[in-house]
Design a protein around this ligand. Structure first.
Ligand code: ZN
Length: 146
């Protein structure tokens, strides 16, 4: 039996089953034919986030943010670079807490930016604010080693 990994498409949310050995960076979605990874964070609604959380077999790194939040703007370029550097080890997603207050509340987000690492559909770790630019790589090394 070949080992597979389920990757949720960042465009159409279809679950794609890839051989684990395959380099997912070059893979395209079986439904919409767009790339499964583009080296950038994906903005998700609560409904889309739940699909990714339920079906993705790679960790999800989430940035809960809002447009008016200065510290969130400081995190954004670091988060984008982490997506470019660390995909396809993890999917990097952004949740706008003004658009999705119930989702933020469900995870106990009190202040933003709030960073969450989800693994196997559950919260593996969370962090208020960004300690330093190398944080995301260390976080994945700690909680989702390759
Ligand atoms: Zn797709």
């Amino acid at each position: 039996m070949t080992e597979t990994v389920n990757i949720v498409c960042p465009h159409c949310d279809a679950t794609n089953r890839l051989p684990a050995a395959r380099d997912a960076r070059t893979a395209k979605c079986g439904r919409c034919a767009k790339p499964l990874f583009e080296g950038q964070p994906v903005s998700l609604s609560a409904a889309r986030f739940r699909k990714h959380l339920a079906h993705s077999q790679i960790p999800l790194v989430a940035d809960f943010w809002a447009a008016w939040c200065g510290p969130c703007r400081a995190v954004a370029p670091v988060f984008a670079k982490a997506a470019a550097d660390l995909e396809p080890r993890a999917r990097f997603v952004k949740i706008d807490v003004d658009a999705e207050p119930a989702l933020a509340q469900a995870y106990g987000v009190r202040g933003i930016p709030a960073l969450f690492l989800f693994k196997d559909g559950k919260v593996a770790a969370n962090q208020a604010g960004l300690p330093d630019p190398g944080f995301f790589r260390r976080w994945l090394d700690e909680h989702a080693p390759v």
